[in-house]
Design a protein around this ligand. Structure first.
Ligand code: NAD
Length: 444
């Protein structure tokens, strides 16, 4: 369909419960769950969540229509969300949240009963992909195929017990080691054979994703490793008509980068160097100490500047850019990450300048509302029959998935425009181009 043609989209209403399935119940997940329940009990406004707080302009700028997104887009209600997950540690989510150390004891006490009720199911886990981690709560079976069958049984049990009518899976587990594309990833047939033969190139996250897609459950990847990027799983998502989204939640330093870089580029200021370093003391930081897990993260973090700055079009400004990213595991800081960016820029007549950013951010505080929005929007995509890659959700990711023919869009503001126009499109409203000549007497 051409870009200007409009099609009436029938969106199934979000009736009944929405089940959220979460592999990995660590810092991000427990912060999301505690926040979700706190929102439902009315303790806090939904800070950071576009689906809950965001407004959307509809129609002309002088029409004054700026409703909240959730009032015009048929999204699932917070009270209808039910959650379950898997982890290699058996701690319930109250214990896991305490270990994660993101929220205060008072905040956790307010929703303690809810968090205690959430106990992770045994995980599909292979230490080869996360060397720094080991835990007892894992599935034991001869083949990856058997583990996939066990996951499918977990899901069916949860569906029956919770009464969920729709499901979405979102990976909030650790970052897995960087993987090269191999033959077993290339077709669905090869992948299914690989599951049966325990092919070493199939990671744990791929087993979860395969199980989700096979059961027509959308899959979202919050970590930087490859999962649904492989041709076999892309094929499965299309075949089953299921949305997929990813990858790597855009929080912290990369969020800042995709806010600042488009501004410098817009003013045609050159960048000679961008050095980013972080100290981080949570389990995610520990996992990223392993060079293979860090490689997945590094690839994801480094890619953003290239597509924003387009050095091929602006060689005088950006072709010599030296971009370096470091993450250091530093236990005393726990989840309270500190990031430093030093940006060496130049302007008119080559005049040199520097920008320093010191972001004392809370990674999981930034990531939790993204989990909520992604779950709600991906469920919307499923009900609006939008299978495959959800590029309009790039806004939430460091390393957005796109159609093979296009480069990813990293500029946060283009991403937001794209997201809002997609919502307008889905609900049958005019797209907004920001041209605005209708308010002036030009070209008469
Ligand atoms: N916090 C952020 O802002 C942010 C931003 C971008 C990406 N991420 C990614 O999100 C993920 C979660 O981050 P976090 O801070 O919650 O990390 P975390 O270490 O606190 O939690 C991850 C959990 O996943 C579990 N796990 C690992 N492999 C698993 C498997 N195969 N099955 C089930 N559980 C498994 C671990 O035991 C752990 O409890 C990481 O991959 C991280 O890189 C986080």
């Amino acid at each position: 369909m051409g870009t200007t043609e409009r099609k009436k989209i029938n969106i199934a209403q979000p009736t009944g419960k929405l089940g959220v399935l979460i592999p990995g119940m660590g810092a991000v997940t427990t912060t999301f769950l505690a926040g979700l329940e706190s929102l439902r009990r009315g303790f806090y406004p939904p800070f950071g969540s576009l689906t809950q707080m965001g407004h959307i302009r509809l129609g002309r700028r002088d029409a004054g229509r700026q409703p909240r997104i959730k009032d015009v887009v048929p999204l699932a209600q917070l009270d209808d969300i039910v959650c379950a997950g898997w982890d290699v540690f058996p701690d319930n989510c109250y214990q896991a949240a305490q270990k994660a150390g993101v929220l205060t004891q008072e905040q956790l006490a307010q929703v303690k009963d809810y968090l205690i009720s959430l106990r992770p199911m045994p995980a599909v886990f292979d230490r080869r992909f996360v060397k720094k981690l080991d835990g007892p709560n894992v599935k034991k079976a001869a083949t990856l195929w058997d583990k996939h069958v066990m996951l499918a049984e977990d899901i069916e049990k949860f569906r029956a017990q919770s009464g969920a009518q729709r499901l979405v899976m979102i990976w909030c587990g650790s970052t897995e080691a960087y993987l090269q594309l191999s033959d077993v990833h290339k077709t669905l047939e090869a992948f299914e054979q690989g599951l049966k033969k325990n092919d070493p190139a199939i990671s744990s996250s791929m087993v979860y994703a395969y199980t989700a897609l096979k059961n027509k459950i959308p899959y979202i990847n919050g970590a930087p490793h490859f999962t649904t990027d492989i041709p076999a799983l892309l094929e499965l998502a299309q075949e089953r008509g299921v949305p997929i989204a990813g990858k790597d939640f855009k929080t912290g330093q990369t969020l800042m980068k995709t806010i600042v870089a488009p501004g410098l580029k817009a003013r045609l200021l050159g960048i000679e160097g961008w050095f980013s370093t972080n100290i981080l003391g949570n389990r995610d930081g520990e996992v990223l100490e392993d060079p293979e897990s860090f490689k997945s993260k590094e690839v994801s973090k480094l890619s953003v500047l290239d597509t924003i700055l387009q050095p091929d079009l602006y060689p005088e400004l950006y072709s010599k850019l030296h971009h370096q990213v470091r993450i250091n595991y530093y236990p005393p800081r726990g989840d309270n990450k500190e990031g430093w960016d030093n940006i060496d820029i130049f302007g008119w007549m080559g005049g040199r300048m520097q920008i320093k950013i010191n972001f004392l951010c809370r990674d999981s505080i930034l990531a939790a509302p993204l989990v909520l929005d992604l779950v709600l929007f991906t469920d919307l995509a499923q009900r609006a029959t939008m299978p495959g890659i959800q590029e309009w959700l790039s806004f939430y990711f460091k390393s957005p998935m796109t159609a093979p023919s296009v480069y990813p869009e990293h500029d946060l503001f283009i991403q937001l425009t794209k997201l809002k126009n997609t919502l307008r499109y889905i609900i049958g409203e005019e797209l907004i181009t920001h041209l605005g000549i209708e308010y002036y007497n030009y070209f008469d």
